[in-house]
Ligand binder design. Structure first.
Ligand SMILES: Nc1ncnc2c1ncn2[C@@H]1O[C@H](COP(=O)(O)OP(=O)(O)OP(=O)(O)O)[C@@H](O)[C@H]1O
Ligand SMILES: [Mg+2]
Length: 230
C-alpha cells in the first residue's frame, strides 16, 4: 500500500518542454466527425454507472461514434494496481483516471468514466482541468435500500457485516455533486431510459453532429441541469 507522501502534488521533473503536436484536437475531431467530451459517471456502488456507460457506448458504437470507457475495477487491475482504498489512494486513483480520460478526450474520443469517485474536490479538479464545455458530470443516484437489495457483487452484505472496510455509503463518505449536468435516478428510470436521456443531452451539447445520430424520446424524470456548453 502507498504511503501518504508517495504521490507528487506538483511536477517533480525539471528540464521538460511541452512539444506542440502537429495534428491538433480539432483535426482529429473533424476526422472523426464528433466532439471529444468526458462523461464522468459518479455514484454509489451498484447505482448503475457501469451498466449505463456500457449501454451508452454500445448505442454510440452502433451509430458510428468512437468511444472509450474507463471502468472501476478494470483500472485497478492495471494502471492503478498499486493503489488501495485509503483517502489518499482514492484521491490518486481518481487523479490518474482524470489525466487518462483527458488524453482520450483531447484526442476527440467520447470518453466515459465509471467510478464511485466519492469526493467532490477530486471531481471538481478534473472538471477544472478539462475546461468548461468538455466535462459532463452524471450523478447516478439510487436509494441505499435499493442498492442493498441489488447488491450484485455482494459487497453491501460484506460491508454491513464489517468484512469490507471503508466501503462508500456504509463506512466511508460519498459527497453528492452539487451541480451535476444530469442526475439519473436508477430506482425510477430503466437503463434504456437513462441512455436515451444521455443521448438527448449529448445532442444538446452538440457532441453528436451527424444526421444518423440515434433518436430517443428522452424522459421527464431525468433531471437535466440548465447549464449549457460555452
Ligand atoms: N436503471 C438502472 N440503471 C442501471 N442499472 C440498473 C438499473 N436498474 C437496475 N439496475 C441494476 O443495478 C446494477 C448496477 O450495477 P453496476 O455494476 O452497473 O453498478 P456500478 O454503479 O457500476 O457499481 P460499482 O461502483 O460497484 O462498479 C446492475 O445489476 C443493473 O442490472
Ligand atoms: Mg461499475
Amino acid at each position: 500500500m502507498a504511503s501518504d507522501n508517495e504521490f507528487a502534488v506538483e511536477t517533480r521533473a525539471t528540464n521538460i518542454t511541452w512539444h506542440r503536436p502537429a495534428v491538433g484536437r480539432r483535426d482529429k475531431e473533424k476526422l472523426l466527425s464528433q466532439r471529444g467530451i468526458l462523461l464522468w459517471f459518479t455514484g454509489l456502488s451498484a447505482s448503475g454507472k457501469s451498466t449505463i456507460a456500457h449501454a451508452l457506448e454500445h448505442e454510440l458504437y452502433r451509430t458510428g461514434y468512437l468511444t472509450a470507457v474507463l471502468d472501476g475495477d478494470n483500472i485497478r487491475h492495471g494502471l492503478n494496481r498499486d493503489l488501495g482504498f485509503s483517502h489518499r489512494e482514492r484521491e490518486e486513483n481518481i487523479r490518474r483516471i482524470g489525466e487518462v480520460a483527458k488524453l482520450f478526450t483531447e484526442n476527440g474520443v467520447i470518453t466515459m468514466t465509471a467510478f464511485i469517485s466519492p469526493f467532490r474536490s477530486d471531481r471538481d479538479k478534473i472538471r477544472a482541468s478539462l475546461g468548461e464545455g468538455n466535462f459532463i458530470e452524471i450523478h447516478v443516484k439510487c436509494p441505499l435500500e435499493e442498492l442493498q437489495r441489488r447488491d450484485p457483487k455482494g459487497l453491501y452484505k460484506k460491508a454491513l457485516a464489517g468484512e469490507v472496510r471503508e466501503f462508500t455509503g456504509i463506512s466511508s463518505p460519498y459527497e453528492e455533486p452539487l451541480h451535476p449536468e444530469i442526475t439519473l435516478d436508477t430506482s425510477l428510470l430503466s437503463p434504456d431510459e437513462c441512455v436515451q436521456a444521455l443521448l438527448r443531452l449529448l445532442r444538446e451539447w452538440k457532441v453528436l453532429n451527424r444526421c444518423a445520430s440515434p433518436g430517443g424520446a428522452g424522459n421527464a424524470t431525468a433531471n437535466i441541469a440548465p447549464r449549457s456548453p460555452s
